[in-house]
Write a protein that binds this ligand. Structure first.
Ligand SMILES: Cc1cc2nc3c(=O)[nH]c(=O)nc-3n(C[C@H](O)[C@H](O)[C@H](O)COP(=O)(O)OP(=O)(O)OC[C@H]3O[C@@H](n4cnc5c(N)ncnc54)[C@H](O)[C@@H]3O)c2cc1C
Length: 462
């Protein structure tokens, strides 16, 4: 039986970042992955002269840990993995209303003049600092937004934002779990506006300043990050393409049993086991956990997403210099939104061309997953002409469709039960850490930060 100090389950960004930092700190680690490649949801592809993502497109440098990981990877990969941040010109966020996209306001003047929000709500926002603090710990994002900002802000700012980030439903997502920083602003300062101003005035350390909030990828695409992590961890410490993974406590440690890619049963003995896979994978993986607590974890709902990348050789003079456009539910369109990756990063499209990523489905339209590829292509082609205003003669170089049944976890009202089940299992079984996107946030920045925090539980900071 092979021995290691830490077994990590899953070679997505959470598992790889955890294993990378552990190895950086001299800990012997082994990663076990059912897929036959690393990266998990992250997968960069190349077609002709385009580079596109079939999973996440961009992350945010939301915490110092993200910047620290990227800086460190640039060193250990000897420059092969380099951070790329989006230029300021690509900051614009567009929102669909009626028959065209409008800029989401970013300042006072555009906030007053935008046709996206009702005049009464624009006036209402002036009273936000004096509105009463909420007292329902399970308040939904929709309820909080209407209460503090007004219905048109829900319809034309928050609803499309939630579609873009969670592919979710603001009526169901609970603010405390899904947007904890926003919840803390209201609870801590009594107002988003007062809280944001106070936060801006707070002194920042050199390390805090690393969290630039900038939109990031890596030169050549996000797979450069996970590949650089895997290269550093080393092939010999990663088992890919395995089956029937089971973890069981034994003595003071853990035995992980699986069928390797060669069809042979293998076992790993370790002091620690960290899981980073989805909640739906855990019942099979952790057979020793009682049904009640496992049910509380595994009932986490994931929104499905279809992502369609479209390469256009010519922009026909269109202005696609923005992060992308989002479509409010109220507008009753088939698309959730469209990202413009070639405006954010280099090498995404050939000169004169552009790359677009269309999103469909989400928790409000799971039926989209049943559509055939031809039906999806028709919807996207319609969006290309009606929303992005490409002339009818414009023909894409390629259309690539990727379907994700378990794309984004929805932090709804049952999150309390899930989180308490996770901590009670971890308390009962020492050496087991249940990570992954079932808690601590859904974005890549959250995943990297969770990885760093899990490492601190194993190697206590001095
Ligand atoms: C279409 C789409 C678009 C997205 N867009 C963005 C975005 O723009 N920005 C952003 O920040 N985030 C985005 N996300 C979310 C982001 O992709 C995830 O937060 C992140 O990639 C999840 O990483 P992870 O390592 O936690 O999980 P995963 O990437 O899911 O990795 C988990 C790994 O565990 C493996 N596994 C499962 N079961 C087992 C088992 N029993 N044994 C061993 N291995 C197992 C899986 O095969 C997988 O490789 C998007 C997600 C999707 C699907």
């Amino acid at each position: 039986m092979e021995q290691t100090e830490v077994t990590v389950i899953g070679a997505g960004i959470t598992g790889l970042s955890t294993a990378y930092w552990l190895k950086r700190k001299g800990v012997h680690v082994h990663v076990v992955e059912t897929d036959n490649r690393v990266g998990g949801q992250i997968q960069t592809q190349r077609v002709k002269h385009y580079i596109f993502e079939t999973g996440p497109s961009t992350g945010a440098v939301s915490t110092p840990e993200v910047a620290e990981l990227m800086n460190d990877l640039a060193i250990t990969s000897e420059g092969r993995c380099q951070l790329e941040t989006a230029p300021d010109a690509a900051k614009r966020r567009l929102i669909w209303k009626g028959k065209r996209f409008y800029d989401l306001p970013s300042g006072l003047f555009s906030g007053i003049t935008t046709p996206l929000f009702r005049f009464s709500d624009k006036l209402r926002i002036l009273g936000e600092p004096w509105r009463k603090r909420g007292n329902n710990p399970n308040e939904s994002i929709a309820s909080l937004t209407v209460r503090r900002l007004g219905k048109s802000f829900l319809d034309y700012a928050v609803d499309p934002f939630i579609s873009g980030v969670y592919a979710g439903n603001p009526d169901k997502l609970v603010v405390r779990f899904a947007l904890p920083k926003l919840y803390a602003l209201e609870q801590g300062y009594g107002s988003f506006i007062r809280g944001s101003i106070a936060k801006m005035k707070e002194p920042k350390t050199e390390r805090d300043r690393l969290a630039t909030k900038k939109v990031f990828s890596a030169q050549g695409g996000l797979s450069q990050i996970t590949q650089a992590e895997a290269d550093y961890i080393g092939k010999e410490n990663i088992s890919l393409g395995v089956k029937d993974v089971r973890i069981n406590p034994e003595g003071n440690g853990w035995i992980t049993t699986f069928i390797g890619a060669d069809g042979q049963v293998q076992q790993l003995q370790s002091q620690w086991v960290i899981t980073t896979c989805g909640a739906y994978n855990l019942p099979e993986l952790l057979p020793f956990v009682d049904k009640k607590r496992m049910d509380d974890i595994a009932k986490l709902v994931y929104a499905p997403i279809i992502e369609v990348n479209v390469g256009m050789p010519d922009t026909f003079g269109g202005d696609y210099c923005a992060f992308g456009g989002l479509v409010p539910t109220k507008e009753r369109q088939k698309l959730l939104g469209i990202l413009f990756p070639s405006a954010c990063f280099t090498q995404r499209a050939p000169k004169g061309g552009a790359l677009f990523s269309f999103f469909l489905g989400g928790s409000k339209h799971p039926e989209m997953m049943e559509k055939s590829d031809d039906e999806i292509k028709d919807i996207v082609t319609e969006g290309l002409h009606a929303m992005l205003k490409f002339p009818l003669e414009a023909k894409p170089d390629f259309i690539n469709i990727s379907r994700h049944q378990y794309a984004i976890p929805q932090y709804e009202v049952d999150s309390e039960q899930r989180l308490s089940a996770v901590s009670s299992i971890e308390r009962q079984y020492s050496g087991l850490i249940i990570g992954g996107n079932l808690q601590d946030g859904i974005g890549m920045g959250h995943r990297i930060t969770q990885a760093a925090n899990m490492v601190k539980r194993i190697i206590k900071p001095e």
